[in-house]
Design a protein around this ligand. Structure first.
Ligand SMILES: C[S@@+](CC[C@H](N)C(=O)[O-])C[C@H]1O[C@@H](n2cnc3c(N)ncnc32)[C@H](O)[C@@H]1O
Length: 248
């Protein structure tokens, strides 16, 4: 078993603690499939007494120091800052950005699983989130994030966040092309002034090479900044910040 697979299994075991082992096996091999996630979120919801956000790994508090400085107070007073969470699941990341943003944001939390999307829609409707900016908005949408150009125009999003979604695709039997497509479409809909953040447990040796190779193949100019986020249950997590080159 290679290092990547080893990490993936470890993460999944933690995430699926107390769950049926067949679900764990299905998840490991098919984390690019809608049916896998529909089952995961359905079982997660059924087994819990009340709704609780599920974090694949750490929550907003561990990364707020990375995200909030990317929402610059006087950047664009003329339009809301567009934020997109790729594969939001039932994480509190998108709602936390919406809640804590110092500027007007439109946060879109997108996921391929309608089960996750419905759970989040119901949750935010029942638990009204107080924001620091009354004009901010949040929405949850069922979307295949490998097809972002069906939903957004080129260079229309300011900040893209991806917590564990590229990891899930890269580690699936048939998900590698989807991970490439999601990155390529993400970088196409991202403004040149924007940033795409991947939060991951993949080692920089592997992820940086993958990101730089894919960007080069797509002819995308830019660079990647790596930052260690911290250690959780013996696994070290990183933030890979992809910054497109700004044309002169
Ligand atoms: C590892 S989980 C991470 C969930 C969440 N970001 C978190 O931190 O808890 C991966 C998520 O990506 C979603 N997903 C998988 N493939 C997708 C795709 N092609 N488009 C959108 N979402 C996808 C899954 O439904 C799942 O919610």
């Amino acid at each position: 078993m290679n290092a990547l697979k080893c990490l993936s299994v470890r993460g999944l075991r933690a995430a699926c603690a107390r769950k049926h082992s067949s679900l764990t096996t299905e998840l490991i091999q098919n984390m690019d499939k809608k049916a896998t996630w529909d089952r995961f979120y359905t079982e997660n919801r059924t087994n819990a007494a009340a709704f609780k956000n599920f974090e694949w790994f750490f929550g907003f508090d561990s990364i707020r120091h990375i995200i909030l400085p990317l929402l610059p107070p006087k950047s664009r007073p003329d339009r809301p800052f567009q934020v997109l969470d790729l594969g939001c699941g039932t994480s509190a990341l998108g709602p936390s950005i919406y809640k804590h943003s110092p500027i007007t944001v439109h946060v879109t939390c997108a996921d391929i699983s309608p089960v996750a999307v419905k759970l989040m829609q119901e949750h935010v409707t029942s638990e009204e989130i107080e924001t620091s900016d009354a004009a901010s908005q949040i929405s949850f949408v069922e979307m295949d994030c490998t097809q972002l150009l069906n939903h957004y125009g080129p260079e229309s999003i300011d900040l893209i966040v991806d917590k564990g979604t590229t990891d899930a695709l890269l580690r699936s039997r048939e998900g590698k092309d989807k991970a490439r497509l999601m990155l390529c479409e993400g970088l196409t809909v991202l403004r040149r002034s924007g940033a795409l953040l991947q939060f991951s447990d993949e080692d920089p040796d592997a992820r940086l090479l993958w990101l730089e190779t894919e960007m080069q193949k797509q002819g995308i100019m830019g660079h990647v900044v790596t930052q260690e986020v911290g250690e959780l249950r013996g696994v070290v997590y990183f933030c890979y910040q992809v910054l497109p080159a700004v044309s002169e």
